[in-house]
Design a protein around this ligand. Structure first.
Ligand SMILES: Nc1ncnc2c1ncn2[C@@H]1O[C@H](COP(=O)(O)OP(=O)(O)OP(=O)(O)O)[C@@H](O)[C@H]1O
Length: 312
């Protein structure tokens, strides 16, 4: 990671979240293996990782459900496992699945849980309720999976949190509900300055709304980039022939070792030989071409293709 991408290692003074050298071991398995990052107000951070990468474990540590084996997790300057009520009330959490409160009615539950927050507004945000489109008289236990997820989102946003943690919040939402939720989240953060950490396997959704991407693999953060930088400076370098006919070797060995500065290699697609690089600038085109024995083309990656390469 270069200076521009490693914001995580240098927490801002006003960071909401500050995680340092976090390790969490289950038995002999290091689910979190020494990760560090910070989140500033207003950031919408996409937490990306394959199954088992450690996302939910990290979220558990942020919520204080899990205690670090070593390292620290601070939220607004206080240890996450011992967060005071005022700070806790400024957080919202959407779990992967909401299976509790089955005997409540929807409207009853929204009012009941709202009562735990001293500063909660009298009425929930009408735009939020309109998006959720739930019958207040319906029993929670009889809602569909997607409706339960909508309710979990309403409950998490009901008290207007400053830090929202979403653990795969949209997996059971239909495409229209997902799209509308992304727009709602974007508007909420722009209006309130709240920050968000959101894990999801639906990368096309995250790409629309995230301001930053944290890539996790095997309990570590393997890449941390602002989305603006991802769009501007992350590229595929594709060898001539586009079908893998010409592997990206230069006159003296693998091109990954010979990329012109400041390009760094994030991965290499074994099928095509294409390199995923960070640090791209159009002014590097001549220097790049000179480093190759064959012509190459430079292409934009989408987040999903980059994810597959970076977390391999
Ligand atoms: N309570 C636990 N006891 C033992 N191992 C656990 C426990 N919780 C998680 N693990 C292990 O830690 C690793 C990370 O799990 P985690 O649930 O954090 O992954 P994840 O990135 O959220 O995955 P997914 O995308 O499938 O939800 C996995 O190998 C998992 O089996």
């Amino acid at each position: 990671m270069n200076a521009e991408t490693q914001g995580a290692a240098q927490p801002a003074a006003a960071a909401v979240v500050d995680v340092r050298d976090l390790v969490k071991v289950f038995g002999t398995h290091r689910a979190l293996d020494g990760l560090s990052f910070a989140i500033a107000p207003g950031e919408i951070v996409a937490l990306l990782g394959s199954n088992g990468a450690g996302k939910s474990t990290l979220i558990g540590c942020l919520l204080g459900f899990l205690l670090p084996g070593s390292g620290t997790v601070s939220i607004w300057g206080q240890e996450a496992g011992a967060l005071d009520a005022l700070r806790r009330a400024r957080m919202g959490y959407v779990p992967q699945a909401m299976n509790a409160f089955g005997s409540f009615r929807v409207g009853q539950l929204i009012a009941y849980l709202g009562g735990f927050y001293a500063s909660v507004p009298q009425a929930p945000d009408p735009a939020l309720l309109a998006w959720a489109d739930l019958d207040p008289a319906a029993r929670v236990g009889r809602l569909s999976g997607g409706q339960k997820q909508r309710l979990a989102i309403v409950l998490a946003l009901r008290h207007r949190p400053d830090f929202l943690i979403l653990d795969e919040p949209v997996a059971s939402l239909d495409p229209q509900a997902r799209r509308d939720f992304m727009a709602l989240l974007d508007e909420y953060c722009a209006r309130t300055g709240a920050c968000v950490l959101m894990s999801s396997h639906i990368l096309s959704d995250l790409e629309k709304v995230a301001t930053r991407a944290l890539f996790m693999a095997r309990g570590r953060i393997v890449h941390d980039t602002p989305m603006e930088r991802f769009r501007r400076a992350t590229r595929w370098i594709v060898p001539a022939g586009d079908g893998g006919a010409a592997p990206p070797t230069g006159p003296a060995g693998p091109i990954a070792d010979r990329l012109p500065a400041p390009l760094t290699c994030l991965g290499r697609d074994a099928a095509t030989g294409a390199l995923l690089v960070d640090g791209w600038d159009d002014r590097l085109a001549d220097a790049l071409q000179a480093a190759f024995a064959h012509p190459v083309s430079v292409r934009h990656p989408d987040l999903e293709a980059a994810f597959l390469e970076i977390t391999r």
